[in-house]
Design a protein around this ligand. Structure first.
Ligand SMILES: [Zn+2]
Ligand SMILES: [Zn+2]
Length: 513
């Protein structure tokens, strides 16, 4: 991350860092010197590549003064090199500042999706025949493709409020892409951002991070890395990890500082990055998602519908937690506390892994508990029955080998969680607890039973592919989890159904832009 430039420190979102962690000394020099030369040569800000030469070792110079230009063309005009490759040398962002807003500053170089009818909109001022990427929209009833010039997205502007805004379609470089979002699931984190319990300091942002769509445009490098072509249906994880730290190298991208939403440092993450950060399209509640070079992209198996595929997040988290973090062995007994979408993902993962008995614990009889039962779990109602006694009877006193606690309850719920665990069991916490916890009530059963207690977050790359395969196989009735669908203009309603829990029939809610 670039911390050396005064500009970076001032606005907190350094362009060099936004480009993916590259910060060359040339870029740093440019940040420092360009504002000072601007009036002298009438050179715009340094990230306007049409004026400065980004291929030069002295990128703050205008093209006419660029020594490198005499040897090889390296500027945007008449360039034979790719613009993004040139950007890569300097760490520049190619967005043109105009009247306080940013617009795409160079022509798209990615490959267009099929069905494009033509160039959308007039060329940007000062550009020689820019190639813009049109987005596609299916017209209701006719299956006709129409070109849209601007992207509609639901932006969470303040507490409990989103508004529809339009953004220019970004261009793509060789290592980037664009996704036409087909469906985006909602999860508890969206509600926390929507109510500003989290991320209040970040400003307006496009929420939504359980994203499935088709590739609209993709650069050559990105195409090779992601193994996708325009038109392919893919699932995109929310993480944009650095790929180099210890967590990334050991398959725990959720803990990477570059994408950790609980980090105090600036981070990039889908559904949690403000629209202020170019090119703004960082969330799934949008017609188009910008695919950053560090995006984690998975092919969706043929025949799997996009809204069912959005369940890849709760299911892959369940696979990671139950199998990898929980070390579940066949013929084990599993208790899942809190039968929301993620709890049901854990139930499905445990059933798929061959657990002998799976219990799903909820407060009362509900469509969620019924869905858990349909997946193969024994439903337990905490308000009506002695759940610890029921598990003791079913296991002849051995209790559970694995307990996954996803309920945001306080001390009382914690005591039940630990009571359900047998000797040597693994106890996983996937939700934070509130209220005062008595230290002895917490530590006594852990020590006495020799429990392994872990906190779990996120997933690994392989778990997503496994989840998509399970969804496509149709082995489990996971379609029961798909309960509510909303349009892009109904995002507020969707978030309230998901977060306020007033509709007991809601299990997994999705927005279909
Ligand atoms: Zn989530
Ligand atoms: Zn990392």
């Amino acid at each position: 991350m670039c911390t050396s430039s005064p500009r970076s420190r001032r606005d907190g979102w350094p362009r060099a860092w936004v480009r993916g962690g590259r910060c060359s000394s040339a870029a740093t020099a440019a940040w420092w010197w360009a504002p000072r030369f601007r009036n002298w040569w009438s050179v715009p800000t340094p990230w306007t590549r049409t004026a400065g030469c980004s291929g030069s070792r002295r990128p703050w110079l205008p093209r006419s003064r660029c020594g490198r230009r005499k040897r090889a063309p390296c500027c945007a005009y008449g360039s034979e090199r790719s613009g993004s490759a040139a950007r890569g040398r300097t760490g520049f962002r190619s967005y043109r500042r105009r009247g306080g807003s940013r617009e795409a500053g160079d022509g798209g170089r990615g490959e267009l999706g099929s069905g494009v009818l033509g160039s959308a909109g007039p060329p940007a001022a000062g550009r020689a025949e820019p190639r813009q990427l049109p987005a596609l929209r299916r017209v209701a009833g006719g299956g006709v493709l129409a070109v849209i010039e601007r992207v509609r997205a639901a932006v969470a502007t303040e507490r409990l409020r989103t508004e529809l805004r339009t953004f220019p379609l970004p261009e793509v470089g060789p290592d980037e892409g664009l996704l036409r979002v087909e469906a985006c699931g909602l999860c508890g984190t969206d509600w926390e951002y929507y109510t500003r319990q989290r991320g209040a300091h970040l400003g307006p942002m496009i929420l939504g991070h359980e994203i499935v769509g088709t590739i609209l445009a993709v650069g050559e490098e990105a195409r090779r890395r992601w193994k996708v072509a325009p038109g392919d249906r893919v699932a995109v994880e929310e993480f944009l990890p650095c790929g180099e730290c210890a967590f990334c190298r050991t398959g725990r991208p959720a803990l990477c500082d570059a994408t950790d939403s609980r980090s105090t440092r600036p981070f990039l993450r889908y559904g949690a990055t403000p629209v202020e950060v170019a090119p703004a399209l960082w969330g799934g509640f949008s017609e188009v998602l910008y695919l950053h070079p560090r995006a984690l992209v998975h092919r969706v198996p043929d025949g799997l519908s996009p809204d069912l595929a959005t369940l890849f997040v709760p299911l892959s988290n369940g696979i990671r937690w139950v199998r990898r973090d929980g070390g579940l062995r066949p013929r084990s007994t599993v208790v899942v506390i809190g039968p929301g979408a993620h709890g049901l993902g854990c139930v499905a993962a445990a059933v798929e892994a061959g657990a002998a008995q799976v219990f799903a614990l909820g407060r009362e009889r509900s469509p969620r508990l019924e869905a858990a039962q349909a997946l193969g779990a024994v439903p337990l109602e905490a308000d009506r029955e002695d759940v610890v006694g029921a598990v003791r009877d079913a296991t002849q006193g051995r209790m559970a080998d694995l307990v996954v606690d996803l309920a945001p309850s306080g001390a009382e719920g914690l005591a039940t969680t630990l009571a359900l665990a047998g000797k040597g069991a693994v106890v996983l916490f996937a939700a934070t607890k509130h209220g005062q916890l008595a230290a002895d009530a917490f530590s006594e059963p852990i020590v006495r039973k020799g429990l392994v207690v872990k906190g779990v977050r996120g997933r690994d790359f392989e778990a997503v592919d496994e989840a998509l395969a399970v969804l496509a196989s149709g082995r489990l009735p996971l379609q029961r989890l798909r309960t509510h669908r909303f349009g892009l203009d109904e995002v507020d309603q969707a978030l309230r159904v998901q977060g306020e829990k007033v509709d007991p029939s809601a299990i997994h809610v999705a927005v279909v832009p």
